[in-house]
Write a protein that binds this ligand. Sequence first.
Ligand code: GUN
Length: 287
Amino acid sequence: MQLLDGKALSAKIETAVATEVKDLKNSTGLVPGLAVILVGQDPASAAYVNMKKKACDRVGFYSVTHEMPSDISQSAIENTITMMNNNPNIDGILIQLPLPAQIDTTKILELVEPSKDVDGFHPYNVGRLTTGLDGFVPCTPLGVMELLNEYNIDPKGKNCVVVGASNIVGKPMAALLLNANATVEVCHIFTDDLKRHTLCADMIFVGAGVINLIKEDMVKDGAIIIDIGINRAQNGKLVGDADFENVAKKCSFITPVPGGVGPMTIAMLLSNTLKAAKANAKIKEGK
Ligand code: GUN
């Protein structure tokens, strides 16, 4: 069994992004800029946004966080997005999800200018991903693909089972795997007999947010497990969705939690923001 080290790969990507940021600054004077909207007091969301901000600082991005109270109105968020859409110093816009119940999240995500949609949540970018065209791809599944690539794991022709069908993880993960010529099955909370599906999998991608969802007897020998879950166990430790200790024995490769997919998500946010900044720099230069 080999661990897929997302911590090491994300550090390597960060270094490469930081170098490119310097080059971009030297050649054009432009600094990539990321704007984040954080609504409410959810500690997990605040912690994620804080990690994203620190990563931006490390690679030399300009970043700004708009913190808003949980009773904020739809129009106030929309006005802020419009402002950031029109701000030439902002290349990427990220709305930390989930938003409070009174907010129409779809409308908010659709308002983000697709060329600044570094989370890849706008239907325009979702459509481009589904069609196999270049665009912005959600950071977590994109990070998984980078991790596989780093270890020369090719999903082509493999039986890939994605567990969890969220718009943020499961659906884009399935699209990326399909684009990579894998055979893809998507399981979710209404799937009958999950084990029947996972037992046939060469690769399992689990992002359901359920501790110990994937157990030893649900995995075939030599399988590859990509654990996208991040849960807080009763003892306070961070754990994934797979019963790591028992499952790992049977795997050829597995991602640890923490230190697997998590750090890759932030690395891909940096990479997407740099991509947006480079595209915007070309537009500003009139190329
Ligand atoms: N909430 C949970 N995961 C994510 C993510 O990747 N991006 C954003 N914007 N919100 C999230």
